[in-house]
Write a protein that binds this ligand. Structure first.
Ligand code: ZN
Length: 289
């Protein structure tokens, strides 16, 4: 299934992509939760109920606006330098264990949202990333159990203000990574059953149509199951938590001369089997929806 969250007069609402249209799951089963996190908290039973509803659901007459598939995750966890050649282009050593940072949930944006470039940064960069969405929560999850805790996958864009990430005292990456709108996600949460080999997916990023990143999740230094096990040693993972798994080489700061985002730019993140996440950027102001 390609589960989505759509805008509705009563607030965010669970739905599913089907062909070119959007299926209204609640028209078939009004008892389904409207919130993606609540559905994921029901585990495999919830996904089975959604699949049954999808088989009988009508399409929305007019395509609703997509929100991020999980619009309000409790945690947005990110892995840094998880592709060897990206570590090299960043001038960083290959890490001996995962490098972890986070974004606040206010970073979440949807496919199609226009993202504001903050006026206090002149070095906003792009990063295509495979995003893991947690289904069943847990603590101290063993690597061999990790996939049973994953609901599915989506495309993510780890937008990064390099001046705030790398040129401030203290060495913390948080501020450069957590401007509002700096974590577009989507378009859909593609359930785990449809992506049997998440460690072997083509991943690419295009800036105004030009390919800037072109790699495969085969290149991940720490694979998905290791990341889930590592993170869950420290904190309880909960349904709907999202894990950005790192970016391949080709980021703007490593180009010669460097390439930073400017108003009017269009960035597309495409991951095999997961679709295309497309966002435009604009100068200043709030995230436009
Ligand atoms: Zn990243």
């Amino acid at each position: 299934m390609r589960l989505v969250t759509v805008a509705s007069p009563t607030g965010p609402r669970l739905a599913a992509l089907r062909g070119e249209g959007v299926a209204d799951l609640h028209a078939a089963d009004p008892s389904l939760p409207t919130c993606m996190k609540e559905l994921l908290a029901e585990g495999d039973d919830g996904l089975r109920r959604a699949a049954k509803a999808l088989a009988a659901a009508p399409a929305f007459a007019a395509a609703p606006r997509l929100l991020a598939p999980v619009s309000n995750p409790q945690k947005v966890i990110c892995i840094g330098l998880n592709y060897a050649d990206h570590a090299a282009e960043s001038g960083a050593a290959i890490p001996s264990e995962p490098i972890v940072f986070n974004k606040f949930p206010t970073t979440i944006a949807a496919d199609g949202d226009e993202i504001s470039l903050p006026s206090c940064s002149s070095k906003v960069d792009y990063e295509a990333e495979l995003v893991v969405v947690i289904g069943k929560g847990g603590r101290n999850i063993a690597p061999e159990e990790a996939f049973s805790h994953i609901a599915g996958y989506t495309c993510g864009h780890d937008v990064s203000a390099r001046d705030w990430q790398l040129e401030k005292p203290g060495g913390q990456w948080l501020m450069g990574k957590t401007f509002d709108g700096f974590a577009p996600l989507g378009p859909a949460l593609v359930t785990r059953d449809e992506i049997p080999h998440p460690g072997d997916l083509k991943i690419a990023l295009r800036l105004n149509g030009k390919t800037m990143q072109d790699s495969s999740t085969k290149q991940l230094i720490f694979p998905i199951e290791v990341l889930v096990a590592h993170l869950s040693q420290v904190c309880t993972l909960t349904p709907g938590d999202v894990i950005f798994t790192g970016t391949p080489p080709g980021v703007g700061m490593a180009c010669d001369p460097p390439v930073y985002l400017k108003g009017g730019d269009k960035v597309e993140v495409e991951i095999e089997g997961l679709g295309v996440l497309c966002n435009k950027f604009c100068d200043g102001g709030a995230v436009r929806r």
